[in-house]
Every structure is written in structure tokens, then in C-alpha cells.
Design a protein around this ligand. Structure first.
Ligand code: S5P
Length: 452
């Protein structure tokens, strides 16, 4: 394909941006007007556009694609034809007869849908569209936009936990047009002044610092975690999804100095032994001052969970400082986790997860009210009385081809205000796990400081 710049100039020839004085829907006078609808009338350009947009995206993560009506409908259709992602259609208004459906097409609950938008300004129309899609049980994690008018919409959506991918920004476009002689300095300045004065400010609520969370901690494990974070300048939890005791202990010793907790899936080990595995692991935890988080994800009735927690081969209650548990068994099912902290699974990072909006709301009600719960695992913001733990963090990849969806440390700390990031393969699969842990620790801590 030609360069992005050459492609933009071809689009520009179709008259998609006009400069002058325009009164917008909101009543504001703007020095430019964007209308991307002409792009659909040039099949070659539309096809190229579809491919440029698709190139930016982790396509494995999506099951469906949907355009925000009307301008993005042909774009989403072209992207569907190029990628074979099935298209669904969002109506502007529900049908007055028959099914009254808002979303047309073939889909099932739990599928993840990529939203396509032509232009983003304040992000308001996307904010109206997203719940209509989510109400059908479809999840939305990513939005792809052709042109960002840079008036706050992107930040607002990212702040709500959505990933926004944009092909062009208005500033970038102005630079190209100026260099090509279509705009003079004065016009560019007028546009810049307009943009500076017309950013729709969303009030970003301040996050609480670890010190502030520590002050109101009402659980000993929560207190210890926060103290370690402050002491080590770290918010990193390494996930040790390895298969042998030797690998587990080696990893724990290497990454130990940089982490607040080591997360285990103890049932992955092929050679688990209470003495040979747990005793040295506890010694390493003491040596490097980190906690042990067993990611058992309990999901049963209280009595069964109590047995799984206390007995069996792993005797988790003997050694874990905190455990993860689904809350699907209801409030009382968490009573059995005495003397440990519980991290409730509120939403999952995998494609097709069934933890939709409604589930998350109900899970949070249990989590905030149960005294054993110290926090939640989620990809979205949680009430500040809970600690937020976020997996699905990787500096190098966007996904793993098996449904995992990754974000950067910057995204999880600033956009969803997480407290602790969980990194697995980014560390234990690295050539040098110790250096990788240190790099993640620094990236996580800097992202946290920047989000204060
Ligand atoms: O929603 C979730 C919840 C968890 S606890 N998504 C996750 O990926 N996890 C866990 O975090 C998962 O079981 C794995 O142990 C770790 C992520 O590993 P990575 O290799 O993908 O970083």
C-alpha cells in the first residue's frame, strides 16, 4: 500500500475536510468541517481505508464488527469483507414493529465486537452506541476511528477503559496539508487555537495513592500489600505459570526483589510437594518480602470451596496470603476464606468472557460488602475501597492468539486506575526474567506516579 500520507492526500481530494467558518451541531463555530461520507463513494479508497484500519488492530481479539451509523457503516462493511470479521448492524432507532431489535445480524452473547467510527469529537455518540451494543450481551473493548478531532473524546473513552485506535488526528492532517501548500501558517494557527479552546474537558477523578489506601485499610493482607508497594516502589505481581517446582523457585528468586506478590496456579505444577515446593517458596517470599497469591479462582458453593481451600493436595489455606475467587456462588460462599485476603473476579481479560456489565455490577456489590474481600480482578475501574488487580498486561504483545487481550502499564494505571498489574508471560517467558521484572516494575511505578 502507498504511504499513509499519500493515502490521506487522496482522501483529501474527495473534499472530506473544508476550512473556513462552520457552525457545528453544538452551536460552536469551527474553522474546519469534516465529513468522511464521500470516502464510501470511491471503492478503491474505501478498500484501502479498510485495510489501513485493520492493520492497526489486534484482529484475533474480535468476533464481530459494527459501524456507528451512518458514516461508518460502509467502512465497517468494507473492513468485514477484507478481514472476514462478521458484521452486525446497529440501528439508529429501534424498529417500531416486529422484533424492536437495536442490533441486527447474527451474534451470540459474550462475543467481542470492534466498533468503527468515522470521526471522534467529544465521544458522545460513541458513548450512546456502546451501551446499546453491550445491552445485547456483546462486549466492546476496542474502537477504531478514522479521524480524531482532538477535542477530548478519545481521552474520555480511554478513561472509561476502552482502547481507541485512530488513523489520523486533525493536527497530523494540518501538518500534511501545510507542507503540501493547502494551508498557510495563519490557518494552521487558527485551527490550533480553536482546538486548544475547545477540548471537552472530562473531569478525571483523582485516584487514591497507596498511602491514602493504606490509611483506610481494614484488612491485614491489604495493609501488607500496600506497605510492600510503598517500600519497594512496585505495583507488580508476577504470574508464575510454570510447570515445575524448580522453575517456580528459580523465578521467585529472580523476580522476588521487584514484586509485591507472586501469583501462582499451584495446580499447574507437575511435581508439587508440600515440603519441596511450599517451604522454599515461603522462604523466598520472606527473603524478598513479597506475598503469595494463589490464583485458584474458586467458583463453587461455600462448603466445597472451604474443602478445596483447606484440604486436598495443595492445602492452600496453609500458605497463601491471598486467593482469587469468583463470586458466582454468592456472598456466603466467601465466608470460608478466613485469615487470607480474597480478590474477587469481577471481569475477565479474555475474549468472549461472560462477565458483562450486569455481572460486573452484581459481583462488585458482593465484593465491596464482604469483609474478606480486599479487591477485585477487573479490566474496568472499581470502587476505591477495593484494590484493583489487572492482568492482561504486556509491553510487547496485543494478544496471545488464545483469547488473551493485552494492555500496556500506562493504560491500566491511568485509564482504569488499577493498583496492581499482573504480568505472566511478559516476565517468565522473557530471556532474562529478572531484567524483564525490573522493566515492568519501573514501567508500572512510573505509570502509577503519572496517574496521581
Ligand atoms: O481475567 C483474568 C484474570 C486472571 S487472574 N485474566 C488473566 O489473564 N488472569 C491470569 O493472569 C491468568 O490466569 C494468568 O495466570 C495471568 C496472565 O498471564 P499472561 O501470561 O497472559 O500475562
Amino acid at each position: 500500500m502507498e504511504s499513509k500520507r499519500a493515502f490521506f492526500l487522496e482522501c483529501y481530494e474527495l473534499g472530506i475536510i473544508k476550512f473556513g467558518k462552520f457552525t457545528l451541531k453544538s452551536g460552536i463555530e469551527s474553522p474546519f468541517y469534516v465529513d468522511l461520507r464521500p470516502l464510501a463513494s470511491d471503492p478503491k479508497i474505501l478498500k484501502h481505508l479498510a485495510n489501513y484500519l485493520l492493520e492497526m488492530l489486534p484482529l484475533d481479539n474480535f468476533d464481530l464488527i459494527c459501524g456507528v451509523p451512518y458514516a461508518a457503516l460502509p467502512m465497517a462493511t468494507a473492513m468485514s469483507l477484507e478481514s472476514y470479521l462478521p458484521l452486525i448492524i446497529k440501528r439508529k432507532e429501534a424498529k417500531e414493529y416486529g422484533t424492536k431489535k437495536m442490533i441486527e445480524g447474527i451474534f451470540t452473547k459474550g462475543q467481542n465486537c470492534l466498533l468503527v467510527e468515522d470521526v471522534i469529537t467529544s465521544g458522545k455518540s460513541l458513548l450512546e452506541t456502546i451501551p446499546e451494543v453491550e445491552n445485547e450481551g456483546i462486549t466492546v473493548s476496542d474502537i477504531v476511528v478514522v479521524l480524531d478531532r482532538q477535542q477530548g473524546g478519545r481521552e474520555m473513552l480511554e478513561n472509561k477503559g476502552y482502547r481507541v485506535h485512530t488513523l489520523f488526528t486533525i493536527s497530523e492532517v494540518c501538518v500534511i496539508l501545510k507542507e503540501e501548500g493547502y494551508l498557510d501558517d495563519e490557518e494552521v494557527k487558527r485551527i490550533q487555537d480553536f482546538l486548544n479552546g475547545n477540548v471537552v474537558q472530562f473531569k478525571e477523578e483523582k485516584r487514591l495513592s497507596y498511602e491514602q489506601k493504606l490509611e483506610c485499610s481494614d484488612h491485614s493482607v491489604k495493609t501488607r500489600l500496600l506497605e510492600i508497594a510503598i517500600e519497594k516502589n512496585s505495583n507488580l505481581i508476577a504470574s508464575a505459570d510454570v510447570m515445575t517446582t524448580a522453575e517456580l523457585l528459580k523465578l521467585a528468586d529472580e523476580v522476588g526483589p521487584h514484586i509485591v506478590a507472586l501469583k501462582t496456579h499451584i495446580d499447574i505444577l507437575t511435581d508439587f510437594d508440600p515440603d519441596a515446593t511450599i517451604l522454599p517458596l515461603k522462604d523466598l517470599a520472606a527473603k524478598h518480602n513479597f506475598l503469595l497469591m494463589e490464583d485458584r479462582k474458586f467458583a463453587d458453593i461455600g462448603n466445597t470451596q472451604e474443602l478445596q481451600f483447606t484440604y486436598g493436595s495443595y492445602k492452600i489455606s496453609n500458605w497463601a496470603d491471598f486467593v482469587t475467587s469468583h463470586v458466582i456462588g454468592g456472598y456466603d460462599s466467601l465466608d470460608c476464606f478466613r485469615n487470607v485476603g480474597v480478590v474477587a473476579i469481577v471481569s475477565m481479560s479474555s475474549k468472549g468472557t461472560l462477565t458483562d456489565k450486569n455481572y460486573q455490577e452484581e459481583a462488585l456489590k458482593v465484593a465491596v460488602s464482604h469483609p474478606n474481600v480486599i479487591g477485585g480482578v477487573s479490566q474496568h475501574e472499581v470502587p476505591e475501597e477495593l484494590l484493583l488487580f489487572t492482568p492482561g498486561v504486556n509491553l510487547a504483545d496485543a494478544g496471545d492468539g488464545k483469547g488473551q487481550q493485552y494492555n500496556t502499564p500506562e493504560h491500566v494505571f491511568s485509564k482504569i486506575k488499577t493498583d496492581f498489574m499482573i504480568v505472566g508471560r511478559g516476565i517468565y517467558k522473557a530471556d532474562n526474567p529478572e531484567t524483564a521484572a525490573l522493566n515492568y516494575k519501573i514501567a508500572g511505578w512510573n505509570a502509577y506516579l503519572a496517574s496521581l
